[in-house]
Design a protein around this ligand. Structure first.
Ligand code: ADP
Ligand code: MG
Length: 731
């Protein structure tokens, strides 16, 4: 095989790969025996806390009541003892800054005892509140540098856990992170606030349906995480993967995903070993990972847990991403969580399955078994339709970032147009309500008689799957499919919870007015309401092919926004109606929303800046020299042939020379746009983002395009970067 030295070394490292650690043994240590072993779980608390303290903590976890501060010392002491038994030397408040990553600051349990020794200490106040220096986290103007303090506050509702390291362990405590003015600097704070608001309005609606005993209503989330695994040796030979998380160069391989031989295919042995180890680690953390499979693109996979309380699921999702990356290293692999690591094959998403419910009424999006429950189900379902239609721009905005721009709008992921897939039968129910006010006809005789007050059970699987819809009803939950693979769940969850809160609030107000508390008036009132909602908001329902050109035209006719790029979509988070909604339900203040918009634009700019710098550097210092070497080899061959009196076909030489000329030209153009060379700073992130999106990104693509063409022309043994073929198929 030919190839440059770095590629050949990488390939030989892959082929000579040997497992580094002894294999796991599930017959000796069954997965069930380690499940949750590193979690300060309800079970552990029950065992270790005095009864009254345990009860008090459970009231906060299960009923959403405020934490009784006086129990903190007792909980902290129990947590410390438990953690030290598990080898912990330190504790860490883990928080979720607006970079979308997880952050942790570690503190030792040890304090000097004044006698030359030390004692282990962990007070209630240290558990409840931390104070990391926050000056390096983005605040979007909320926190001036002179007030750099940030505070972390214990989130009792998300369990503390042990993070292992070969040299010891750390007690990790999930926290909210905010400024000294009490403003949110993180992803968790608004999520917790949105859960609270959701509960309040869901309670109101449930009361209308005559329920007396109503427990805390929470949102649930089940994220399906897609990712790539490639050999680490290739990864380290690609500066673009290391620094940008995606390949900025690479011609399409001769074989891609066209054979559909990867999806659900047999999982390669090393990859499966890595998956099992990842799952083992996640089990210890009490993360209920359930499914694993090969995905559509070569070297692409998926992992999905069983759904949980949305706040816990969001924290667990961060741990899933960290663990995937960490364990991959152990198996000589690199885990790529970017939305589009490789052009030309599918990118990665994170389907966010979402529902709401409680322990007394169950899943409120469950079609149900009795007419009464169906009426209730239809109201909650109509609330989703209303919410998604009214705030489709916000939903588009919360999935907008540089990485996702490569997926949305391309025909592999849902389109950037937000619509709802209801499935054939549910769509039919609403269609009939729309047509005749009170739908009473049957779609298929004997199968389903539809009438608001006499509804039969609806089928659980509401029709066929539709892979092209960004927001699909799938039996008893909605699946938001446009979320990016690298994203925190929190942004999309905050949006979903809050728009649902608003819709439930408005619906409850209307029904309360119409019934005046008289249960007998509920059915006709619901009927009127459903018709009104489907008349006003039904245009967001679409059951057809979301990839088709007809849909794009039809969506435009229906007035559904189609915001293709981050820069088009992001400003919607500061629309007056959105800000008013966030303020009304006390999820985010206007200042907090504005700061988020600014930070997300800045993140976009920083990402594009890195991509531009990398593209420039790699094209100039890695690809250009390779092309010139090949050019000079061809030129020398031409000269030699001429001297020897034989003819030499200069087609390839001309082509290479032409491409080199073009590369030089495109590089000069990109150079003029690079950050810091008369380009821009990030003083005005929104403006800078426009520049990046409209000027810099096309210039990056032009450089890439020439380089990818060169890859198909330059002799393989001169080509310096591992190719798509090698990275995706040599495992
Ligand atoms: P798929 O065929 O799309 O993989 P699954 O049934 O496997 O569908 O579900 C995918 C995800 O949805 C899983 O994480 C699952 O736990 C989650 N899920 C199932 N029911 C609900 C629900 N009611 N609310 C939220 N998530 C749910
Ligand atoms: Mg799915």
């Amino acid at each position: 095989m030919s190839g440059s030295a770095s590629r050949l070394n990488a390939i030989s490292a892959v082929t000579n790969y040997k497992a580094q650690s002894p294999p796991l043994n599930f017959s000796e240590t069954p997965a069930g025996s380690v499940y949750g072993s590193n979690v300060f779980s309800v079970k552990v608390m029950k065992e270790r806390l005095p009864k009254s303290v345990f009860k008090s903590v459970m009231k906060t976890i299960e009923a959403g009541e405020p934490l009784d501060g006086s129990v903190a010392d007792t909980v902290a002491a129990a947590m410390k003892d438990w953690a030290i038994e598990k080898g912990a030397t330190h504790y860490a408040h883990v928080f979720y800054p607006l970079t979308g990553l997880s952050a942790e600051k570690h503190d030792s349990f040890l304090s000097p005892d004044g006698l030359g020794g030390a004692v282990s200490e962990f007070s209630g106040s240290a558990l409840i509140q931390g104070e990391p220096d926050a000056s390096s986290f983005p605040s979007g103007g909320i926190r001036a540098t002179f007030e750099a303090r940030g505070y972390t506050a214990w989130d009792v509702t998300s369990p503390a856990y042990i993070l292992e390291n070969p040299n010891g362990t750390t007690l990790c405590i999930p926290t909210a992170f905010f400024s000294w003015t009490g403003e949110a600097l993180d992803k968790k704070t608004p999520l917790l606030r949105s859960m609270k608001a959701l509960n309040t309005q869901a309670q109101r609606l449930l009361k209308l349906f005559g329920h007396k005993n109503i427990s805390l209503v929470t949102a649930s989330a089940g994220p399906e995480q897609e990712y790539f695994l490639i050999d680490r040796n290739f990864y380290f030979a690609r500066p673009d993967l290391i620094n940008a998380g995606r390949t900025l160069f690479g011609a399409p391989p001769p074989k891609g995903q066209e054979f559909a031989d990867q999806y659900f295919g047999a999982i390669p042995e090393r990859v499966l070993a890595c998956m099992m180890d990842t799952e083992y680690e996640l089990f210890k953390l009490g993360i209920p990972v359930k499914t694993r499979h090969n995905e559509v693109a070569p070297s692409q996979y998926e992992i999905a847990p069983i759904y949980e309380n949305a706040n816990v699921a969001a924290d667990h999702q961060q741990l899933v991403m960290l663990t995937l990356k960490k364990v991959a290293e152990k198996y000589g692999l690199a885990c790529l969580l970017h939305e589009k690591p490789f052009a030309g094959v599918n990118g990665s998403g994170k389907h966010l399955n979402w529902s709401l419910g409680n322990s007394t009424q169950g899943n409120l999006l469950e079609p149900g078994k009795t007419p009464h429950e169906n009426m209730q189900f239809l109201v909650f379902c109509a609330a989703v339709i209303k919410a998604v239609h009214k705030h489709s721009k916000l939903l588009r905005a919360v999935i907008a970032h540089a990485g996702n721009d490569h997926r949305l709008g391309a025909n592999e992921a849902p389109p950037a147009i937000i619509s709802i897939f209801l499935g054939e039968q549910l769509a039919d129910v609403f269609e009939q309500i729309k047509k005749s006010g009170s739908a009473t006809s049957s779609k298929q005789p004997g199968v389903m008689t539809v009438g608001v007050d006499t509804l039969p059970p609806l089928p659980k699987d509401a029709g066929d799957r539709n892979r092209t819809s960004p927001f699909a009803f799938t039996g008893n939950k909605f699946e938001f499919r446009a979320v990016g693979s690298s994203q925190s769940l929190s942004g999309p969850l905050v949006a979903l919870n809050t728009i649902m809160t608003e819709a439930m609030d408005e619906i409850a107000t209307e029904l309360e007015k119409a019934t005046g508390g008289d249960c007998a008036k509920l059915a006709p009132a619901v009927q009127t309401l459903l018709k009104k909602i489907i008349d006003t908001h039904g245009s967001v329902v679409f059951n057809g092919d979301g990839y088709s050109a007809e849909w794009h035209a039809e969506a435009e006719k229906r007035g559904l926004p189609n915001m293709r790029q981050t820069v088009d979509a992001l400003p919607s988070i500061t629309d007056p109606a959105v800000i008013a909604m966030f303020e009304k339900y006390q999820v985010l203040t206007a200042r907090e929303v504005a700061s988020r918009e600014s930070i997300y634009f800045e993140q976009f700019v920083l990402t594009l800046n890195v991509e531009a710098n990398l593209t420039y550097e790699i094209a100039k210092t890695v690809i250009y020299p390779a092309a010139v070497r090949y050019q000079s080899e061809l030129a020398a061959a031409a000269a030699n042939c001429k001297a020897a009196g034989v003819s030499f076909d200069t087609t390839v030489l001309s082509k290479v020379s032409e491409l080199i000329g073009s590369l030089v030209e495109k590089l000069a153009k990109l150079e003029g746009l690079l950050p810091g060379s008369g380009g821009h700073g990030v003083e005005n992130p929104k403006e800078a983002a426009m520049h990046c999106s409209h000027e810099m990104r096309p210039a990056i693509n032009e450089v890439r395009s020439v380089c990818d063409t060169l890859e198909g022309v330059v002799a393989d043994d001169f080509w310096p970067l591992p190719t798509y073929q090698e990275m995706l198929f040599i495992k």
